[in-house]
Design a protein around this ligand. Structure first.
Ligand code: ATP
Ligand code: MG
Length: 332
């Protein structure tokens, strides 16, 4: 079975609709066909300041949401990044193989540091794409299911894997991005020119899966569209409407063309009312399942303990090989 690896940050508490449609939904599907490793990336979370108690609680909360979304610990390896020290260890080697200019070109860093003010942005934020390289290479992943915003980091991963292999001998699998076209980028409901994001969305434009379903329905109904009335998928001329069609289409597994037909001659109000209902039907059981997992922290922690053990077996082997290739003297 080919291997996949991906991760999600335990920041902001709730996952948002972009996380689910762009990434987590694919994770659930891929555990059936792939040897799948999924992690809650707490090392990435601290690239921006986190309250320790919140970080701990949000790490369990992220795990509960992943299980609620359909990850099955019998079918995939689910773990917390900081439980596997090899991530930080391999990241150091990768840091030393990356050019400063190369790292400076990462657009996610540029966006995120600009939002924080470049003086306040941490060096960790600057090097987080390189930690991500280590995350992926440790597991010899063939594919990495992520949203479009991560494409550049997968490119960097490929470059560094090839660079290491070229310099020190075949060591790492060169991974490919696994990005589904339809859901590669879910947009903010108030500003369909920016991606829905934990850190950058406007509150009204962000659909948090754990919010009160009534509030979610309200956000859908007040989504920004355009001054036209025609319901048509056209990302250039009608980005707001197209985003709603994408969400509707993927949540109900109905083709966009079919939806265009269904809403021919009807206004935006009808589309939004129906989509609000679809969304409520999706988030209501998701919230309940998440709460059930949260109510049983011992089970959560034991799932994560087993996951960490499986992950360390693979990561340890890769790291030992990388240490050897680089020329580190083995400890006796
Ligand atoms: P931040 O803005 O702090 O980076 P985030 O909203 O991007 O947070 P992450 O935990 O960084 O959330 O991302 C988890 C996964 O969700 C990644 O694979 C990312 O590509 C995907 N993702 C995030 N936002 C979207 C979106 N709007 N559309 C599609 N995929 C997304
Ligand atoms: Mg992100």
């Amino acid at each position: 079975r080919p291997r996949v690896l991906s991760g999600i940050q335990p920041t902001a508490g709730s996952f948002h609709l972009g996380n689910y449609l762009g990434a987590v939904r694919q994770w659930v599907a891929l555990q059936e066909s792939h040897d799948a490793f999924y992690m809650v990336v707490d090392l990435h979370a601290i690239t921006v300041p986190q309250e320790p108690a919140d970080l701990r609680a949000n790490t369990r909360l992220a795990t509960a949401q992943l299980l609620a979304a359909g990850l099955d610990p019998e079918r995939c390896t689910l773990f917390v990044q900081s439980h596997v020290p090899e991530h930080a260890q391999l990241a150091w080697i990768m840091n030393c193989l990356t050019g400063f200019g190369e790292a400076s070109r990462m657009t996610q860093f540029k966006d995120k540091s600009a939002r924080q003010g470049s003086d306040r942005a941490s060096v960790g934020l600057f090097t987080y794409p390189i930690l991500q390289v280590a995350d992926i290479l440790l597991y010899q992943a063939n594919e990495v299911p992520v949203g479009e915003d991560q494409r550049q980091h997968i490119e960097l991963t490929r470059d560094l894997a090839e660079r290491f292999n070229g310099r020190f001998g075949e060591t790492f699998t060169v991974p490919k991005p696994y990005i589904l076209k339809e859901t590669a980028k879910i947009f903010d409901l108030q500003d369909p020119s920016i991606k829905m994001s934990k850190s950058a969305s406007t509150p009204k434009g962000l659909i948090n899966l754990l919010d009160d379903p009534k509030a979610t329905a309200k956000k859908v109904k007040s989504a920004v569209t355009d001054t036209d009335t025609v319901i048509r998928y056209d990302t250039d001329l009608k980005p707001g409407v197209s985003n709603l069609l994408t969400i509707y289409s993927t949540l109900t597994r109905t083709g966009v063309a079919e939806l265009e037909e269904k809403y021919a001659g009807k206004g935006y109000g009808a589309l939004k009312t129906d989509l609000a209902e679809v969304m409520v039907d999706f988030v209501t059981p998701f919230r309940e399942r998440t709460q059930q997992y949260l109510d049983d922290p011992e089970t959560l922690d034991s799932i994560l303990a087993k996951g960490a053990e499986k992950a360390r077996a693979v990561a340890g082997e890769t790291l030992a090989q990388a240490y050897d290739r680089v020329g580190f003297l083995p400890a006796k």
